[in-house]
Design a protein around this ligand. Structure first.
Ligand code: GDP
Ligand code: CA
Length: 320
């Protein structure tokens, strides 16, 4: 265990989970808080599904499916297949064991409890000691305006496989939803704030868009370090590059640095993107280049170690 102190991680799903398993190997669980995007949440078959919260919980509990990147390892899909006999529209697949998570969450929410409370219960039941905070107990929903019309995020990503051309992205409810209890305090009290290699538009932007969150990350005297989700200008998975292009950016760590420019002290990028180092350093950022593909636990720990040492280095001012 390192003496990194308290670490706050802003997280989406799979990219965040891969870095998190590395951080969890280096930082005491009680020093680690994960603030998780909930703008992807949706209701399927009457059940409240929080895809990013589930990915984070399952990863920390050692239950995640490494190949698929969502759901529980070795899960079966008999319930959803049986349901398909009643309705054709089962494009959002939920595993049999995974269903238990959504059944419990939905029932508790219906009884009037908060998502943050239910998530804490689920973490406890799964033996997760890291603090997992959904970004908000309020309702925020990512809406993708496409050439084919308005889609919810899951319709865009899962049903339409991210094919429709993106025109704009909005976060319904973002102005009125408040950060969940503990979110602002976790950022304010952190010794290091880490922005996961998650999709900047649909995973990180909703968290930063909640009242007070971006300001808290900007204000903290703790180093703020991000890991780029791009390798050689391409995401490991998902539509981050397509979204960048659709919004007029050339996929690379540069637009990422631009999106986070008021926040970052340091950025970890892949070696494949090293040609961008001078431009990034020219913006006053500290940059580490490494192999950022975290396809094994060992690689996750190696990248997490780079994050912590970059944060350490950022505590001393850059010579100019
Ligand atoms: P989602 O909600 O499950 O799509 O998850 P995120 O937003 O957290 O993750 C999607 C992003 O994670 C994509 O842009 C990927 O490029 C990135 N990602 C996934 N695995 C890795 C990895 O091993 N290394 C890096 N650098 N990025 C990754
Ligand atoms: Ca997600």
């Amino acid at each position: 265990m390192s003496r990194a102190g308290r670490v706050a991680l802003l997280a989406g799903g799979v990219g965040a989970a891969r870095l998190l398993r590395g951080l969890a190997a280096l930082v005491r669980p009680t020093d680690l808080t994960v603030v998780v995007n909930t703008a992807d949440d949706d209701v399927f078959h009457g059940l409240h599904v929080s895809p990013d919260v589930d990915t984070i919980l399952y990863t920390l509990a050692g239950l995640s499916d490494p190949g698929r990147g969502w759901g529980i390892r070795d899960d079966s899909f008999r319930a959803i297949e049986a349901l398909a006999r009643y309705r054709g529209d089962t494009w959002f697949r939920l595993g049999d064991r995974d269903l238990a998570t959504h059944l419990f969450r939905t029932e508790e929410l219906r009884a009037g409890r908060l998502l943050s409370e239910v998530t804490a219960d689920q973490a406890r039941a799964l033996g997760v000691k890291v603090r997992v905070l959904p970004m908000s107990d309020g309702r925020v929903r990512t809406i993708i305006e496409t050439a084919q019309g308005r889609l919810s995020f899951q319709e865009y990503l899962v049903r339409e496989r991210a094919k429709p051309v993106v025109k704009s992205i909005r976060y319904e409810g973002i102005r009125t939803a408040e950060p969940a209890p503990g979110v602002l305090a976790a950022i304010e009290q952190a010794d290091i704030v880490v922005i996961a290699p998650s999709n900047p538009f649909v995973s990180i932007a909703p968290i930063l868009g909640l009242t007070g969150v971006r300001a808290a990350v900007r204000r903290t005297s703790a180093p703020v370090v991000a890991v780029s989700p791009l390798i050689g200008g391409r995401p490991v998975k998902g539509p981050a590059d397509r979204m960048m292009r659709a919004l007029g950016m050339k996929p690379s760590p540069l637009p990422l640095a631009e999106l986070y420019k008021d926040l970052l002290d340091g950025l970890v990028i892949d070696r494949a993107d090293r040609s961008h180092v001078p431009a990034l350093e020219g913006r006053g950022l500290r940059v580490t280049t490494t192999n950022t593909l975290m396809n094994t636990p060992v690689r996750s720990t190696a990248v997490a170690r780079e994050v912590l040492s970059l944060a350490d280095a950022a505590r001393t001012p850059l010579a100019s």
